[in-house]
Ligand binder design. Structure first.
Ligand SMILES: O=C(O)C1=C[C@@H](OP(=O)(O)O)[C@@H](O)[C@H](O)C1
Ligand SMILES: C=C(OP(=O)(O)O)C(=O)O
Length: 452
């Protein structure tokens, strides 16, 4: 897996394509980040070699591959049928104690790497030092560090509850009962559940604290584990039991990333056009399936038929109240900034601990373009206001970059900083966006139908 574009600050400006005509496009998007990185972790823990078909190839998945290789998994590209790169064959980590090795894992800015991999480092012998991009050191990690200690694993850190830290593994994790505060990230729960079956006593995990955000991602973890024969009981809120046992070797195809489909679907609303996304699953655990509910609330039509999601924008974008939009929030916020009525986004306080403080970043950048946005305790309020061009800063956050591109469709002269940061989960974004905006035809062909 090779991804050349990095996530480290780059001030290059990208002139966002501006459209006054409706888009009319059918696209495919690459594989889900959340599913690819879960399958990679589970393959490294499985009871035999695994095949991951149509995986995402992006910075976050490349970092996961490198992390698991550092721990001892063998991961190789094999030819696949997907249009976005090879499949991955994974030979799991050797089981049990082995020779002590000193390793380093670069987490970049990937939440899935910094949260999912440290528990695995307890299952191999030796020291594993975890670090990442400058902003990665500001993402919450204290609950993972405390959880590992609660499981009997030694962690050397500076007490800040953040990267960097070193996990000292001896090839064996006792497991058993554990209490965590997962209010800062659902990934704390997912990280422990993914590995729990490989702990000697399994895992009996309890969350105590403010509500766990992004619970859909925890449900994705539970469903994925069950599909591989792992016994998980999640019948009581905030309690999860994982029985000790094997994780069955598997051969799976990864669904397209429905969250990353969002900006393309948003283009249908912004231009009053139509966007079709291929291979939309009939049933899925991805949070991005919520586009089928959210976009109609904003005035669009959304129809899923024969594996294609078709979204057609209405005459204008309606604002509204949107709860628990999780990683979809920056895309929703960009649409709200272009809406003709006020909007409130709730249940997203934890976005302050994402790739950047997304609430502050969205308010700063929407306001810089003349918009009217403010933070609330757990989200955003965005009111209609005429926008003008300018620089849209992105803070090494892929979803800020795509939010800027969405606004730029409707506003003259928007320049998005570091569009390359989209490589975190979608290196193909600039090319796909160019193809999408090219689909709006030649100037004059459909004037008057799109939104000026
Ligand atoms: O488990 C996962 O794959 C994810 C969980 C969520 O994290 P948070 O709970 O920290 O929001 C989400 O925002 C992130 O993009 C992916
Ligand atoms: C929050 C996100 O990523 P991460 O997996 O790094 O937490 C995201 O992709 O929106």
């Amino acid at each position: 897996m090779t991804v050349t574009s990095g996530g480290v600050s780059d001030q290059t400006l990208w002139r966002a394509p501006r459209l006054t005509r409706p888009v009319d496009a059918e696209i495919s998007v690459p594989g889900s980040k959340s599913l690819t990185n879960r399958y990679l972790v589970l393959a490294a823990l499985a009871d035999g070699p695994c095949l991951i078909r149509r995986p995402l190839h992006s910075r976050d998945s490349a970092l996961m591959v490198d992390a698991l290789r550092a721990l001892g998994a063998v991961i190789e590209d094999v030819p696949g049928d997907g249009g976005f790169g090879p499949d991955l064959r994974v030979v799991p980590l050797p089981a049990g104690p082995g020779p002590a090795v000193d390793r380093a894992v670069d987490c970049g800015l990937a939440g899935t790497v910094m949260r999912f991999v440290p528990p695995l480092a307890g299952l191999v012998t030796g020291s594993t030092r975890f670090d990442g991009d400058p902003h990665a050191r500001r993402r919450p990690m204290g609950s993972i560090i405390a959880a590992l200690r609660g499981l009997g694993v030694t962690v050397d850190d500076d007490g800040s509850g953040a990267l960097p830290f070193t996990v000292e593994g001896d090839g064996h994790v006792r497991g058993g009962r554990l209490v965590v505060d997962a209010s800062a990230s659902s990934q704390f729960v997912s990280a422990l559940l993914l590995v729990g079956a490989r702990f000697a006593e399994g895992l009996h995990l309890e969350h105590v604290g403010k509500p766990v955000p992004s619970l859909d991602h925890v449900r994705m973890t539970v469903r994925t584990l069950r599909s591989l024969g792992v016994d998980v009981d999640d019948s009581v809120p905030d309690l999860w039991r994982v029985s000790p046992g094997p994780i069955a070797a598997f051969d799976v195809a990864v669904e397209p990333d429905l969250s990353n489909a969002g900006p393309f679907l948003a283009a249908a609303l912004v231009t009053g056009g139509t966007v079709r996304v291929r291979n939309w699953p009939d049933g899925t655990t991805q949070v991005g399936d919520a586009w089928r509910r959210i976009l109609p609330l904003m005035g669009a039509e959304a129809t899923l038929a024969d594996g294609v999601l078709t979204v057609t924008g209405g005459p204008s974008i309606a604002g509204g109240t949107f709860a628990d939009t999780s990683e979809l929030a920056p895309t929703v916020a960009a649409l709200c900034a272009l809406a003709d009525s006020p909007s409130t986004l709730t249940g997203i306080a934890h976005l302050r601990g994402h790739e950047t403080d997304r609430l502050a970043a969205l308010v700063a950048e929407i306001t810089a373009l003349g918009g009217d946005a403010e933070e609330t305790a757990d989200g955003l309020t965005i009111r209609p206001a005429p926008l003008h061009g300018g620089v849209f800063r992105t803070y090494d956050d892929h979803r800020m970059a795509t939010a800027g591109a969405i606004i730029g469709l409707a506003v003259d002269g928007v320049e998005v900083e570091n569009i390359g940061t989209t490589a975190k989960t979608l290196p193909e974004f600039p090319a796909l966006w160019t193809a999408l905006t090219g689909s709006a035809g030649t100037p004059g062909a459909a004037d008057g139908q799109g939104r000026a």
